[in-house]
Ligand binder design. Sequence first.
Ligand SMILES: NC(=O)c1ccc[n+]([C@@H]2O[C@H](COP(=O)([O-])OP(=O)(O)OC[C@H]3O[C@@H](n4cnc5c(N)ncnc54)[C@H](O)[C@@H]3O)[C@@H](O)[C@H]2O)c1
Ligand SMILES: [Fe+2]
Length: 411
Amino acid sequence: MTLFAATRPPRHIAVGPGQRHAIGTYARAYGNRALICTDERMGQDPALRDLVDSLAAAGVASQVYDRTLPEVPMSSVAECMEIARAFGPDLLVGLGGGSCMDLTKVVAVLLAHGGEPHDYYGEFKVPGRVLPVIAVPTTAGTGSEVTPVAVVADPEKTLKVGIASPELIPLVALCDPELTMTCPPGLTAASGSDAMTHAVEAFMAARREPSSDLSYSHVFLGKNAFSDMYALQAIAKISANLETAVKNGSDMKARENMMWASMLAGLAFGVAGTAAAHALQYPVGALTHTAHGLGVACLLPYVMEYNRPSCVPELVQIADAMGLPRTGEDDDARAIAAIDAVEDLFIRVGIPRTIRDLGLADDQLDWAADQAMGAARLVKNNPRALDVAAMGHILHAAQTGARADLRKLPA
Ligand SMILES: NC(=O)c1ccc[n+]([C@@H]2O[C@H](COP(=O)([O-])OP(=O)(O)OC[C@H]3O[C@@H](n4cnc5c(N)ncnc54)[C@H](O)[C@@H]3O)[C@@H](O)[C@H]2O)c1
Ligand SMILES: [Fe+2]
């Protein structure tokens, strides 16, 4: 196999307890008026005060928008833009989970290029540089602090929509695990399982022909040597730390490892892309109104099972990364063991076993299968070919919990 590796990290990434306090120094290098986009929860958190003080000490004036709603409805974008226009920032800070960071990225685009969010839906629609963004995640997490994507909920679209452009990659990511200590178990589980899904889907993504224009002609390039390295390290760390972080939220080591791993998973999927689990989550999320992380994680073991015939070597490496003991089994059995281990981990942290448990009705499966095919960039990134019938089979198994039924499909 020919070597191909591509990575697009932020200009600066700092990870570790206390790293948020570096914000003043970084901010000063890129501007002197910072709009901090966060939500009501983080707006009350002493961490926000720390950021404002650190910015002030560095001579950077700041203003706070603290009404971002989860999953980024258009109302949050409009409100934040109004505050931004009045304040005139030259720098944006996204403090919060994926929702706050994604809102910040959208506002960075709109302030630089005008127009409406829908002007930029899809890939490569952002025409050039956007305002500098410093991302400070408080969940571990979406990886949005390092990715080229922002996902929003537009009432004119049934499904959530994404803006995907390398211009959206934050300039600075300050990943401070102390900020995740207040995440309750359910949020820790959902966001940590989202990170695991990013790492697994990036590692199992399709591999493209490494033409010389590959690294700039797609936002999501498929599996490569960089994304593999990030993804395997993320899988190892999440598998060893997610349950502890959920069940003992004050375990700093587990929180550190989850923050590190979710950022690495972001680096992996931000270039490689995700695949069927994320494509299926668009309609499943729209129908059940459940958190993104719960949906993708619930779907992932079924997607892994469907993809298994195309990915046995990758699944064997996932089993190794998860530290599963070798029992002399053959590769096919070890591939199944990797899927079992991911499913077991998710069940131990409280991810629903079926999409029926998420609230999907049996008569919604056909519509969901059809809609999932609309996420073309994710569908083409899946390692095994997908069509509506295949999406239907995966959804049916995920609805009934009959994962083994997917083994009966002709390869
Ligand atoms: N841009 C990307 O690359 C990317 C990747 C995956 C998901 N996403 C998007 O991210 C969003 C989900 O983000 P999320 O899972 O981080 O959750 P979130 O940002 O939607 O936040 C969920 C809730 O958790 C609270 N919260 C956040 N941090 C907390 C903390 N430290 N302590 C206590 N409460 C806290 C928030 O206030 C909010 O009420 C979705 O919209 C999803 O589509 C984006
Ligand atoms: Fe995700």
